[in-house]
Design a protein around this ligand. Structure first.
Ligand code: NDP
Length: 479
């Protein structure tokens, strides 16, 4: 059978390239989804040029038209969420319930921002000078570069592309090279809409080649990025050189705090869900479990009991709860961190076993006797590994929580309104969860972090308008 080949989408055309890479399933490395074109720097520049030409027509197409386009994209994603979710799970490794849920959620992002298209209102004011009126209105940025990571191949793209298009921008989309199939699926849906050619462009390829061409271009108006801290800092430097607006969502080292009065079944459920689901490959994962001494042993018992029942397996098996990790490099990194943790004195009490099967499988791992200064509690591991840190009381728990360079999400499990309220106000993170896992967010409210987790204005919800538009102030002599 001929190999399936997939191309880039530039200026309304599907365009091949001399170089292609295979898209290999992490559940079974003999399963290849297809071979995907690798855009070079020249194709990246061609996409920017097409986006620049198309953007004014898209901006002028009218709110009703843009609303319908976004609704139509959302409708198709939701209608095909099973089929596209299974493909997403096949390429990324998350269980099918999560893959399907992610595609459905992606459709919801398009629906949400379709509604935002119609909610674009400006302000008017009297001038401080008599006989003059002032109005402010938002205008599109222009050409927006969207760069996404591999762990949420469809949702991250959707929560950036939907607002970019809603507010009248054109888009050049560079997905992570590990997960091109979801990017192609989304592009096929967008390509069938009534958009001026060049409004939306897909350039698959490596960050170091086509990504670099995008972030260094003086013709780009805004760059929205989700990925690692290291790449985020590099993009910040490149964007600053051209004074290009940028927004970064990066890694984290989130913690779930369990207090003396916690319902320990809720605490254990939150820990297992937040630390291990999605194989811990979430920027919101709870990789630190900060537990007060009084409930430490019982909490650990409950977590281990739940972990021993988790079904690790092929992403497409209906009863799988934990799929493989994304590739050999990520598996090697996880195992390296288990070695680092052991060398630092942490004790592996559950999981951490590798299956030498056809994919990149490891059982979720729990480490005890860890302290917050250990490397395993400082670095983002991005795997199914959690470390328990025993503390004396709430005050020590809060200090430990905030003692990190990151600040995306934090969770607390307690029945005390006083401590939950104090925690809510003093956790130095962008999101706080009370009696809920640190992972799991809604699509209609802002999402983002503090410190090294995020830079720039918030994503999602009504706050997205800040990044994808700029304000114009107009003065009119009216008398
Ligand atoms: P990377 O930073 O390695 O890659 C992210 C994207 O940036 C990929 O598309 C990558 O391309 C691209 N890229 C790499 N180098 C460059 C460059 N020089 N110029 C332009 N683009 C470049 O992150 P991962 O894909 O490994 O994703 C995991 C990270 O994402 C974790 O740190 C995680 O915490 C974070 N993340 C953060 C979220 C948040 O909202 N805060 C949400 C989800 C994930 P390619 O890989 O194709 O070469």
């Amino acid at each position: 059978m001929a190999e399936a080949r997939f191309d880039n989408f530039i200026d309304g055309q599907w365009i091949g390239s001399t170089d292609r890479i295979p898209n290999v399933s992490p559940s079974d490395t003999s399963d290849v989804l297809g071979h995907y074109a690798q855009a070079d720097a020249a194709q990246g520049r061609a996409a920017i040029s097409a986006a620049t030409t198309a953007q004014p027509s898209w901006q002028a197409s009218g709110l009703e038209h843009r609303y319908k386009v976004l609704m139509s994209i959302g409708d198709e994603l939701i209608a095909r969420s099973e089929e596209l979710g299974d493909q997403l799970s096949r390429e990324e490794g998350k269980p099918i319930a999560e893959g399907r849920g992610e595609v459905y959620r992606s459709g919801q992002f398009f629906h949400y921002f379709a509604a935002e298209v119609l909610r674009q209102m400006g302000d008017t004011a009297d001038s401080v000078r008599p006989g003059i009126e002032v109005e402010t209105r938002r205008e599109p940025m222009g050409v927006v570069v969207v760069i996404t990571p591999w762990n949420f191949p469809m949702a991250t793209a959707a929560w950036k592309i939907a607002p970019a298009l809603a507010f009248g921008n054109s888009v050049v989309f560079k997905p992570a090279n590990l997960v091109p199939a979801s990017a192609v699926a989304l592009t096929e849906i967008i390509s069938r809409q009534d958009l001026p050619a060049g409004t939306f462009n897909l350039v698959m390829g490596s960050g170091s080649e086509v990504g670099e061409a995008l972030i260094t271009s003086p013709d780009v108006d805004a760059i929205t990025f989700t990925g690692s801290l290291q790449t985020g800092k590099h993009i910040a430097m490149a964007a600053a050189a051209n004074l290009t607006k940028f927004q970064l969502e990066m890694g984290s080292k989130n913690a779930l705090v369990v207090l003396d009065d916690a319902d320990l079944d809720i605490a254990a459920d939150c820990a297992v869900n937040g630390a291990f689901f999605g194989s811990g490959q979430k920027c919101t994962a709870s990789s630190r479990l900060i537990v007060t001494a009084a409930v430490h042993d019982e909490f650990v018992d409950k977590v281990c009991q739940r972990m021993s029942k988790l079904k690790v397996g092929h992403a497409l098996d209906a009863d799988t709860q934990i799929g493989p990790v994304v590739d050999a490099g990520q598996l090697a990194q996880n195992l390296k961190y288990l070695e680092i943790g052991a060398a630092e004195g942490a004790q592996l009490v559950c999981g951490g076993e590798v299956d030498d099967g056809k994919g990149f499988y490891m059982t979720p791992a729990l480490l005890l006797n860890s302290t917050n200064d250990m490397k395993i509690n400082r670095d983002e591991v991005f795997g199914p590994i959690a470390c328990v840190i025993k503390v004396a009381d709430y005050e020590e728990a809060l200090t430990t929580l905030n003692d990190t360079e990151y600040g995306l999400t934090a969770g607390v499990v307690t029945q005390s309104l006083r401590e939950a309220s104090h925690f809510k106000r003093h956790a130095k993170t962008g999101c706080v969860m009370v009696n809920l896992p640190t992972a799991g967010t809604d699509y209609h409210v802002p999402f983002g972090g503090r410190k090294s987790s995020s830079y720039g204005s918030r994503e999602q919800g009504q706050y997205a308008v800040e990044f994808y538009t700029e304000i114009k102030t107009t003065y009119i002599r009216s008398a």
